[in-house]
Ligand binder design. Structure first.
Ligand code: KG4
Ligand code: ZN
Length: 338
């Protein structure tokens, strides 16, 4: 079954063709980084406008790269939320019209479910059940996953998402947007033990997270120290990154222990972080856990993951309604877009 996936939830215009929810035939991501970079973050109105401009060429590029004719598609899966509402509506309305015009079945997919489904695009996907740590720009969540669409919420951030903290710290330091990748690279030049930033909720609030305090702590540090780029900034970002990783690893492995589970999945943009991947790998081998993290390009937003998740809904006969709306929030429990 060939599924066209579409994601326009934030600042990437993405389309992909995936066979049977597992095999990527094409995965096109048109990044809007250059558009939003001057503003230090995503400008929703600009994102929507770019999606309108790019959606048609990106979708047809993904079909071309898959080496298929549009008539060979069996269905369409599109992100219906959560995300920026104007941005989501571009993809949702395009997908609906595309499917309707070709009499194809289509389905709305929850972006978070898509992130988790990215793991089924890897060569050796995990068996169920597993604990999934979803760390992105908008979410930090721990799920206990027992089936393709059966997600039990174990914990989530009570304020900022981990990726948001990366982006805000990067902005404070004038390192640009998006911050995660820049901090990841710059941290390699710093000493993560030099500055001790707070690790929130380490021994309380079970599997919930908080990342707003660390952001404030970095801001305070900058007010009281005059950081020079050559010397101190790499130590600041390395110390910040180390603190975030400590919390993520502690909570994720704690969740595994509580469930007596030995399979861990990490997904979402922050799961592309090289230090986090390294630490999780080391911890997993230390405690005998099988770790599954998608390739970095499948951690950050893409449409292959949406096609993979949508496949399971489509084979079950789920269909999107012609009047389906996009949704921006309230998504941690609502796992299907229909
Ligand atoms: O999953 P994603 O592409 O979009 C959302 O659904 O939010 O995640 C984007 C987030 C951004 O906050 C970005 O700074 C972060 O993922 N990110 C990273 C890295 N690459 C992207 N954070 C840390 N290290 C990275 N290498
Ligand atoms: Zn995402």
């Amino acid at each position: 079954m060939l599924i066209l996936g579409i994601d326009t939830s934030c600042d990437d215009t993405a389309a992909a063709v995936v066979r049977d929810g597992t095999e990527i035939l094409s995965n096109v991501v048109a990044s809007q980084i250059q558009v939003h970079h001057p503003y230090g973050g995503v400008v929703p109105e600009l994102a929507s406008r770019k999606h309108i401009e790019w959606i048609l060429p990106v979708v047809y590029d993904s079909i071309d790269k898959a080496g298929i004719d549009p008539s060979m598609l069996d269905g369409v899966a599109v992100t219906s939320g959560p995300g920026l509402i104007g941005a989501l509506l571009v993809g949702l309305n395009f997908a609906r019209a595309f499917a309707y015009g070709r009499s194809l079945p289509w389905v709305g997919v929850n972006h978070l479910e898509g992130h988790v489904a990215a793991i089924f695009l890897e060569e050796k996907p995990p068996d169920f059940p597993f604990v999934a740590l979803l760390v992105s720009g908008g979410h930090t969540i721990l799920y206990y996953v027992t089936g393709t669409e059966i997600f039990e919420l174990m914990g989530q951030t009570r304020d900022d998402a981990a990726g948001e903290a990366f982006d805000k710290v990067s902005k404070m330091l004038g390192l640009g947007y998006p911050g995660g990748k820049v901090i990841d690279e710059l941290s390699l030049k710093g000493d993560p033990t030099k500055i001790n930033f707070p690790r929130a909720y380490m021994n309380n609030y079970r599997f919930d997270f908080s990342f707003s305090g660390i952001k404030t702590s970095v801001a305070r540090y900058l007010q009281t120290h005059s950081a020079s780029f050559e010397t101190e900034i790499p130590d600041i970002v390395a110390g910040f990154q180390e603190a975030v990783i400590d919390v993520l690893v502690h909570k994720a492995f704690g969740a595994l222990q509580e469930r007596g589970c030995n399979r861990l999945v990490a997904v979402g943009g922050v799961a592309a972080n090289s230090a986090l991947r390294k630490r999780m790998k080391a911890e997993a081998s230390r405690v005998g856990v099988t770790l599954h993290i998608p390739a970095p390009e499948l951690c950050t937003d893409n449409a292959a993951m949406i096609a993979a998740a949508g496949y399971h809904h489509l084979v079950k006969g789920e269909r999107g309604a012609l009047d389906m709306d996009a949704f921006s929030k309230g998504s941690a429990r609502k796992m299907t877009g229909c």
